[in-house]
Design a protein around this ligand. Structure first.
Ligand SMILES: Nc1ncnc2c1ncn2[C@@H]1O[C@H](COP(=O)(O)OP(=O)(O)OP(=O)(O)O)[C@@H](O)[C@H]1O
Ligand SMILES: [Mg+2]
Length: 355
């Protein structure tokens, strides 16, 4: 539904009018509404996330939202969307961050279904770096999912957003406004999208950074196979994460990049001790997996050599065909046709590579 800018949180807009001009709603998530605004003093675009409930409705939630925004505000990393202001005005808690020109990974997956390994490997590595940095500061994200990974169009880099749900203690159950992506348990409310939750996050056991690595494994699984490891009703998904072995990436997508698939499979281990132990370790494994890519896909020198020699064979074959006598006309025309196709294919592959 389109909203005129004056309809977006008017009381907050009024309070902020000397600093930000609201333009439009960028999206609604489980925790708040993200608004595109203009910072009038610095003449730049910003994104403002607002907690829709008013302070009187839920003071506890407001306090936690602000506390968590401030935790995020202390993080400074090239792959984390920074928070530069967290406040409470006009009855609403909000925080301001730079507007990331681009798309969130969720929209990209929705459109493309799967993402080519070289690109995906790079984005996952950037997210792993961001997590390594946050974890080293005692901050676990807790809501790693494609919608919280922004891909900046200019630089192509991945930026993790919404450390808003992050906690720097080990309490897994947090009170939270439930949405269809979230579910309640007898003990309280579970925050985050159930599809990306680690087993220990669901069972409310002790949780550390390795939980985020599991969630990132789900993101990678989805981007490689076009489906989720556990699908169906919310209870079925929860039981799957806790109790059932995740399917291997290659069993769902036979042509998936084998090394990258193996890295994702390990992230999805039920037991955190069997996963990569840190974001750095995951980033290293991703780097190694992508280095191996160079030997068997379109990005490495060995492939260029193979293509060149294949192209040379085709050139020779064509020459031979052109010299063949008329008695072999039929075979020749068939072969010529095939050779022509192969010739054009090998030439375009070579030129694509050399570009
Ligand atoms: N800094 C930003 N710059 C540009 N767009 C953003 C920014 N932050 C969020 N968005 C967009 O707004 C959408 C809604 O974000 P929001 O965080 O409210 O929802 P969500 O990520 O789907 O769920 P959750 O509340 O669980 O994080 C995002 O999916 C993203 O496309
Ligand atoms: Mg979000």
């Amino acid at each position: 539904m389109f909203m005129h800018s004056h309809q977006i949180f008017p009381s907050l807009q009024q309070e902020l009018s000397d600093q930000y001009q609201f333009e439009r709603v960028l999206g609604n998530g489980g925790m708040g509404t993200v608004i595109l605004a203009r910072d009038v003093r610095l003449d730049r675009r910003v994104a403002i996330k607002v907690l829709p409930t008013t302070f009187e409705e839920d003071p506890g939630l407001h306090a936690r939202f602000l506390r968590e925004a401030r935790t995020a505000g202390r993080l400074s990393h090239p792959n984390i969307v920074p928070v530069f202001r967290a406040d409470e005005l006009g009855g609403h808690a909000f925080f301001a961050m730079p507007y990331i020109e681009g798309e969130d990974l969720g929209s990209i997956i929705q459109r493309e279904r799967t993402i080519p390994a070289p690109e995906l490997g790079r984005w996952l590595r950037e997210v792993a770096w961001a997590l390594a940095y946050a974890h080293a500061r005692g901050v676990v994200h807790r809501d790693i999912k494609p919608e919280n990974i922004m891909i900046e169009s200019g630089s192509g880099r991945a930026l993790v957003t919404d450390f808003g749900l992050a906690r720097n203690d080990d309490m897994a159950i947090i009170s939270h406004a439930a949405t269809d992506a979230c579910t309640r348990t007898a003990e309280g409310e579970i925050v985050g999208s159930v599809h990306y939750m680690s087993p220990e996050q669901i069972t409310a056991g002790v949780l550390d950074g390795r939980s985020d690595l599991y969630s990132l494994g789900v993101v990678g699984f989805q981007a490689m196979t076009g489906r989720l490891p556990f699908e169906g009703s919310v209870p079925a998904v929860l039981v799957g994460h806790i109790d059932r072995a995740a399917p291997k990436v290659q069993s769902c997508a036979a042509s998936a990049h084998p090394q990258l698939a193996a890295v994702m499979d390990r992230c999805l281990a039920k037991d955190p001790a069997e996963r990569y132990q840190t974001g750095e370790a995951l980033a290293d494994a991703l780097e190694k997996a992508m280095r191996l890519t160079g030997q068997n896909t379109f990005t490495g020198a060995p492939l260029q050599r193979q293509l060149r020699s294949a192209h040379r064979v085709v050139v020779k074959w064509r020459r031979w065909l052109n010299g063949t006598s008329g008695s072999q006309r039929k075979t020749r025309s068939i072969n010529e046709d095939r050779a022509g196709k192969f010739f054009r294919a090998s030439r375009s592959l070579l030129s694509a590579y050399q570009r």
